[in-house]
Design a binder for this molecule. Structure first.
Ligand SMILES: [Mg+2]
Length: 229
């Protein structure tokens, strides 16, 4: 297996996503309580989450676009309180700034530095993290998102878009991610090589095994560097 480029998942691969989402929900709630108390009273965190889940079910056409889902959620919450959409962008910005205030795993930055010095890295994410805001954009040659591509992992199209952007054949691209189905399963079907990031030491039970299983990104960097040497 000759690896010429890396395709990298973001959420739960470079940072745990749940704390960032939770914090973003709380920040938005605090802002609404200060600026739009009627909306905060009608849609406390749990109700806002339920509204977002309802929109997710109701609008499968937005399944690949978490930003659009979130904007629509905020718009609906305002509308339910008889308020127009004048403040939707401000509310989204409060949420989105906190969503991007992620705390990387300790191994993420050293591995990114080592790997990006060795070969091109493309991000492939279903989420709406902004690498520019997070301060990691310089490690990535390209950024591929479900939002822009119109297809979410595990659809082959998002992986094909990443390989096309890199100009590297799928067989020479190693996709690295934490999700057995979205990352490993999707990338394998699209013809990429696969590395499963298994931080919890879980057992593999999702069909054909990944080409590589790593416990952290240090292990990935060591593997790539040893092969390149
Ligand atoms: Mg992930």
């Amino acid at each position: 297996m000759r690896i010429l480029a890396i395709s990298l998942d973001l959420d739960d691969t470079l940072w745990p996503v749940e704390p960032a989402i939770r914090n973003a929900e709380l920040r938005l709630d605090a802002w609404l309580r200060a600026e739009h108390p009627d909306v905060a009273a009608k849609f406390p965190v749990a109700a806002m989450r339920a509204l977002r889940d309802a929109i997710d079910r109701e609008r499968p056409d937005l399944a690949h676009d978490f930003t659009a889902q979130r904007l629509l959620t905020i718009e609906r919450a305002f509308a339910a309180c008889g308020i127009g959409d004048a403040h939707v962008a401000d509310a989204f910005e409060i949420y989105y700034a906190a969503r991007n205030a992620v705390e990387c795993y300790a191994d993420a930055l050293p591995a990114l530095a080592a790997l990006s010095a060795r070969m091109p890295i493309v991000s492939v994410s279903n989420g709406n993290a902004d690498l520019e805001r997070i301060g990691l954009r310089h490690h990535f040659r390209h950024c591929i998102s479900a939002r822009e591509t119109g297809y979410a992992k595990p659809h082959a199209a998002i992986f094909e878009a990443a390989c096309a952007r890199l100009g590297v054949a799928p067989a020479h691209v190693l996709h690295v991610g934490d999700d057995p189905l979205l990352d490993v399963g999707g990338a394998r079907v699209a013809g990429l090589r696969t590395a499963w990031l298994n931080r919890s030491g879980a057992a593999w039970s999702h069909g054909p095994s990944p080409d590589l299983t790593i416990a952290d990104l240090d292990e990935l960097a060591a593997w790539i560097l040893a092969r390149a040497a």
